[in-house]
Design a protein around this ligand. Sequence first.
Ligand SMILES: [Zn+2]
Length: 255
Amino acid sequence: MIGYIIYILAHFFTQINAAEVPVFKPTPIQSDSLAKYVYLSFDDGPLPGTGNCVAICERQQVAATFFEVAFHQSRNSFGRNLYKKISSNKALFEIANHSYSHAFYGDYINYYHQADSALQDFLKAEKILQTNNNITRLPGNNAWNTAKIKRASGLVRPLVKKMDSVGLNVVGWDMEWRFNKSGRPIDAPEKIAAFADSLFLHNKTKTKNHLVILMHDHEFRASADSAKLATMIALLKRNPHYQFRKLTSYPGLKK
Ligand SMILES: [Zn+2]
């Protein structure tokens, strides 16, 4: 009898417990209609400072695109090791083509006047950088040539046309964190983050809700300056709608 009562009670509680088990309903994935996309881009590496940019983006888990100069990558083991560091974290980073010689080592007028040689400079870089994408950026010039955005000054237009004819995207920037003559960032991180906010707010980006920020690896070589980069990213991350992306996901690129 006692055994039966225990059986009934156990069964009773089992029933109650079963009734309490919540029914699993998958939560529908909701896209954030207020999402704004931030593309951090670092130019001219691998250089002193590149390692700091990589470490900070990894610590903050934000995506970034490194526009590399193939000459800097290939001239020594320092460059090759940094290249490997970036390319080994494919979840966060991608490498894009910023030419082999950075405009014949800074000779912009001659470079852009010799469009065939300049195109070859980019194609030579591609063989070294092995970017696996068709995204490029001109040295010292904010030109754009995607499927949707066409913008090129008279100086660079002959080169941009040639790059277009071989299927390359040219991607410039919406805002830049400039550096002074000593190569250190001019503006405070708070000012840069506020400027980014204002470009989104007033719809001043090339593509609505997509913001490309240009920085240079070497700006952040000193620890005091790399701390500013970390602060700027942390300030942007406070906005829950900001999402960090690599430039291969920028809208309207040529395939
Ligand atoms: Zn550059």
